[in-house]
Design a protein around this ligand. Structure first.
Ligand code: P6P
Length: 340
């Protein structure tokens, strides 16, 4: 009987968010409308990414298609789709995209009073051609009051975000979302065109057996990162070494970390003291999700969500994942700071 109940009681992301909304009687449904437009963008990108391989085969991607139009690169296409979806929601006032140097101030007639959205429309897009999972990452701030939006409305610490999420385009299309009350995962059922709740209440294990870092940068790492990775490989307490899993696509590496536990590191190094990952639309949203799932995220100096960005595309080192694993690397950075 329970299996039948499961099959007929489909919890779609729309129903889920409406249920959340009903807990806030004062809410006018603006967030639900915004989220529905983000979901629409994810569905479109999912279908385009899945066709990309095929498009390449039939000579569409990158060359002129049968109408003689230049086929857009997927990351450019995804960016346009999300900007159009977010603007047409009528609930946004300022957007920041990894693909656009400057913030996008929504024109007044289409401006909503409430939300600022920062996003990477297709993170890891260099992995498309070899079929590695890629994803969209987004974070949402609200404006305190109605005013002419400026980038000051998005240069705020990640802890001020009201929601964050990612959509991973892989063997299945999975959207993981937090609105500040835990983390939930939804999988797209293409036959319904709906995201169905498949991972309710994601909790990251307190300690994991996996570390995830690009070992190819080891030559340039600082002392604490070098010491930590050494401990993962040659533990002194007789425990077994951790496994290394590194996909090189942040959404895939973070999704695995959330579900299986462990630690994901993109440290700074001598070449790039701030590492590679962007604060607003990679570090903040992923840190928000990991904290909501019971883990933590650290920059090498402070809690990642406390960081106050000064530039839209600023980078930061990040160490995120299982609470106890991140504690260990925090202790190594604290010890180094004490010596200085
Ligand atoms: P590296 C993908 O290009 C990306 O922005 C993230 O998705 C990923 O975590 C990182 O860069 C991989 O960087 O230097 O290890 O190839």
């Amino acid at each position: 009987h329970s299996a039948d109940a499961q099959r007929t009681d489909l919890m779609t992301i729309t129903r889920f968010v409406l249920n959340e909304q009903s807990k806030h009687p004062e809410s006018r449904g603006d967030f639900t409308i915004l989220l529905n437009h983000i979901v629409l963008g994810c569905k479109f990108v999912c279908s385009s990414v899945n066709k990309a391989g095929l498009a390449k085969l039939i000579g569409l991607a990158g060359e002129t298609n049968i109408q003689g139009e230049e086929q857009k690169k997927l990351d450019v296409l995804s960016n346009e789709v999300f900007i159009k979806a977010l603007v047409s929601s009528g609930r946004t006032c300022i957007l920041v995209s990894e693909e656009d140097e400057d913030a996008i101030i929504v024109e007044p007639s289409k401006r909503g009073k409430l939300y600022c959205v920062v996003f990477d429309p297709l993170d890891g897009s260099s992995n498309i051609d070899c079929g590695v999972s890629i994803g969209t990452i987004f974070g949402i701030y609200t404006l305190a009051d109605v005013h002419e939006p400026t980038i000051k409305d998005v240069l705020r610490p990640g802890k001020k975000m009201v929601a964050a999420g990612y959509c991973m385009y892989g063997s299945s299309c999975t959207l993981v979302l937090s609105t500040g009350a835990g983390v939930n995962g939804f999988t797209l059922d293409p036959s319904l065109g709906e995201f169905i709740l498949t991972h309710p209440g994601i909790k990251i294990p307190n300690k994991g057996k996996i570390y995830s870092v690009n070992e190819g940068n080891a030559k340039h790492w600082d002392g604490p990162t070098t010491a930590y990775v050494e401990k993962c490989k040659f533990p002194e307490d007789g425990s077994s070494p951790k496994s290394l899993r590194y996909i090189g696509s942040m959404v895939a590496d973070v999704h695995r970390t959330l579900l299986y536990g462990g630690i994901f590191l993109y440290p700074g190094d001598k070449k790039n003291p701030n590492g590679k990952l962007r604060v607003l639309y990679e570090v903040f949203p992923m840190s928000f999700l990991v904290e909501q799932a019971g883990g933590q995220s650290f920059t090498g100096k402070e809690r990642a969500l406390d960081l106050i960005p000064t530039k839209l595309h600023e980078r930061s080192p990040v160490f995120l994942g299982s609470y106890d694993d991140v504690e260990e690397i925090k202790a190594l950075y604290a010890a180094e700071a004490k010596e200085e």
